[in-house]
Design a protein around this ligand. Sequence first.
Ligand code: CU
Length: 290
Amino acid sequence: MKRKMILILTGVLAFGVLSACGTPNEDAHSSGGTNQNQENSAAPSTGHGEHGGHGASEQPADNYKPSFSFASGTAKANEKSKLDIQIADSKGNVVNDYELSHEKLLHLIVVNHDLSYFNHIHPEFDGNGNFSIDTSFPGGGDYKLFVDFVPKGGSSTTLSEWVKVEGEEKAHEAINADEKLVKVVDGKEVELTLSSTKAQDEVTLTFNIADVQTNKGISNLEQYLGAVGHVVVLSDDAEKYLHVHPLDEKATGPKAEFMTSFPKSGTYKIWGQFQHQGKVFTVPFVVDIK
Ligand SMILES: [Cu+2]
């Protein structure tokens, strides 16, 4: 009993130190399996290295708590469900003021347990603390919802929670690294290159996008959410949501470059999203980080 108390205290202290530094609290989840810890661990939050410091206006992501609820009580597979989202601050008050970030007040990323399903959508804000969107899930089972937003006067914050969807659950697919980082999606051949596959290195992700038919690079990509593209990276257990930002927002292809850093070794899934001729396409890759 005593020993357990000490362990908990140590965990709390360690967590406090990590939060105070504004560094990604990657290991917060190891101190327990509660929902709250899972949320915390998915909070790389406070920006890219150079801004990740002790800014006075900066509030650690763990001060905020999301609440996700379905209007019908629970979501059922293959049926439209209305999802409501609210964010509470450390005092429990619902946050009502948000900054625009990548052209939206809030970004919602939905993945299923084996990361074979990915959805990036934008719930609508009612101006009174509530975001909502109609969405559907392709099967039963566990889904992780990530919200990405900037509270007014604060910094980029990511929170997450697992939700259960009723219905038949498909067999889980293994998440294995791609042998070749080349994919064809919607008539485009996309090749991904990583400048390093070592944990904690600064890594440039370069997407090279070509037309499959002509084999020529596509140089008229359109802005998607105010940039050349949008990239999401998750660890295979969906615990780590990586911060990724474009090197040159105004690029139009065929190259689109992004910076990130993988916190530790393991398998990660990367989704690149780009827009061409009015259509957004999403291209997934799986990589091993040493
Ligand atoms: Cu978004």
